[in-house]
Ligand binder design. Structure first.
Ligand code: GLC
Length: 537
């Protein structure tokens, strides 16, 4: 390490986000303040004390801005408003104020890759016709004729990534690009007017006091010049691989440099966290010093119960950190992926493993995100076919509804297990499965062995370890698998995380166990599917 770097490391105090744990709220399914069956801002505001009591540092709210709700709000028709489905701007202001007074930061979702086809600028582009400057805001392209789109790109949700702008017209032969559903046209970031427009969106929320933004599909804003065919079949931006035609273009980094500068014009500096669905080495380039502060470690989010795979991805992330200074941002769940209890085997086994994985996650070096319901150990629900609303499912992809079921607050099924906060009890927007009340917050609050109690204890201890200097922002992660399937991540000389991923009890490395996901059956030994934080002796 050069003296200059060493000096900088010593003098720069850790920013709040380096140690932060953020709780992801999917407002539709968190709490329903008006009883219409869809969660809203009033419901979330009423339940903020619950989130603060978890011991997290803030919340990330998925979109609540005006939207036709084709993709549950990821099709935004007004970036600077509140959809009446969720409430009013006054309610948002009140939410922000209460969150801050409870010590919670508030991050919002910004969706810069695409908007809703109902967005006024897309509507203006449709009306203005082929060749107009209005169409330059999006990717309108003449097809070769007939039913053949301009290139072979496929939508992430399934089906082709192109729709005719005006299928019945004989003069408007344009197609428009949508990497997701037809209701989500992609912005053309090669037009500087798009960047200027989004500067305004960022400023709007930052001026209000919003603490940061999660950036949706952050790696896909720029497409290769000329929109050439892709060599890949199937989904175009997801899949943890750089797709040289469709995403991860060099120009996109300029956007995040500009946004970082903008975020640092505010005090305190605002946080940018990216949904960068690329392999670790490419994703880390988005969190270089002058770009975003965080990007989710997606390679990790998708792992099964496999110690070799965890160690390999962990070491890849560590290599990327050493190269680019980008500490991984950990998550096991979000609103797009199968709940970890189910991913790790379901039932009691899945529950044990999900608890162990969560304990591991919270001990790793770097910030972490929890998804609502993860603290309750919710499994993925099997949503009946007729009740499914996910556009990804509708277009032939997987169904994400099972991770989006309303949260159970009470054991009693009345008012959809307490999801509705008023006497009104509209049908919840996704059906609540039988037995959901068994996971209820009120039950877990009384049970010292519950997932909820474990999460609170882990977060409390994590905060203390940061305070005591056992955890620092300079910690790294050296991963290995020991005999018997014991996964170890050495965070520093003082501390390691161990997860028993094999079938037999395994001996822990020497040290003091500070926390374990399940009680230890024997001192110094870890039963299968348990995890521990070890202060090394
Ligand atoms: C992101 C969101 C997902 C959404 C997609 C399109 O992946 O997390 O829910 O469908 O972007 O906006």
């Amino acid at each position: 390490m050069s003296p200059a770097v060493a000096e900088e490391t010593v003098l720069t105090p850790a920013a709040w986000w380096e140690s932060a744990v953020i709780y992801q709220v999917y407002p539709r399914s968190f709490a329903d303040g008006d009883g219409d069956g869809v969660g809203d801002l009033a419901g979330l505001t009423a339940r903020l004390p619950y989130i603060a009591a978890l011991g997290v540092d803030g919340i990330w709210m998925t979109p609540f801005q005006p939207s036709p709700q084709v993709d549950q709000g990821y099709d935004v028709s007004d970036y600077c408003g509140v959809d009446p489905l969720f409430g009013t701007m006054e309610q948002f202001d009140a939410l922000l104020e209460l969150a801050h007074s409870l010590g919670l930061r508030v991050l919002l979702d910004v969706v810069p890759n695409h908007c809703s086809s109902e967005h006024p600028l897309f509507q203006a582009a449709l009306a203005a016709g082929p060749g107009s400057p209005e169409r330059e805001m999006f990717h309108f392209v003449h097809g070769p004729g007939g039913d053949t789109p301009p290139n072979n790109w496929q939508s992430v949700f399934g089906g082709r990534a192109w729709s005719r702008s005006n299928p019945s017209s004989e003069t408007d032969l344009d197609w428009y690009l949508h990497l997701f559903s037809a209701g989500q046209p992609d912005w053309n970031w090669r037009n500087p007017a798009v960047g200027d427009y989004f500067d305004g969106v960022l400023r709007f929320w930052f001026d209000k006091g919003v603490d940061g933004l999660r950036i949706d599909v952050a790696h896909a804003l720029f497409k290769a010049e000329g929109l050439p065919d892709s060599p890949y079949e199937g989904g175009v931006v997801d899949g943890l691989r750089s797709n040289p035609q469709v995403s991860d273009q060099e120009e996109v980094h300029e956007v995040y440099r500009r946004w970082r500068t903008l975020a640092e014009q505010y005090e305190p500096h605002r946080l940018l966290v990216g949904e960068v669905n690329l392999e670790p080495a490419r994703a880390a380039r988005y969190t270089r010093r002058d770009e975003m502060q965080q990007a989710f470690a997606f390679a990790f989010v998708k792992l099964g119960w496999d110690p070799e795979a965890w160690a390999a991805v962990g070491n890849e992330l560590e290599a990327a950190r050493q190269l680019h200074g980008a500490t991984p941002t950990w998550a096991l769940e979000n609103h797009d992926i199968v709940r970890s209890v189910t991913r790790f085997g379901g039932g009691e086994l899945g529950t044990l493993r999900a608890r162990a994985a969560l304990v591991a996650l919270l001990g790793l070096p770097g910030p972490a995100y929890l998804y609502q319901g993860q603290e309750l150990g919710l499994p993925e629900a099997d949503v009946p076919l007729a009740a499914r609303v996910d556009p990804m499912w509708a277009r032939g992809g997987v169904c994400r509804d099972g991770a989006r079921i309303p949260l159970p607050w009470t054991e009693d099924p009345a008012l959809s297990h307490g999801f509705s906060l008023t006497e009104a009890n509209g049908e919840p927007w996704l059906p609540v499965p039988a037995g959901w009340g068994g996971h209820a917050v009120e039950l877990q609050e009384q049970d010292p062995g519950s997932s909820l109690a474990l999460v609170r204890a882990a977060l409390d201890l994590r905060r203390k370890l940061w305070g005591d200097g056992v955890f620092t922002a300079d910690d790294g992660g050296i991963w290995r698998v020991e005999d018997g399937g014991l996964l170890v991540c050495e965070r520093s000389e003082n501390f390691l995380v161990a997860v028993a991923m094999g079938t037999d009890p395994v001996k822990l490395p020497p040290g003091t166990v500070l926390l374990s996901a399940a009680p230890l059956a024997e001192d110094g030994w870890l039963q299968p599917n348990n995890a521990a934080w070890v202060l090394r002796g």
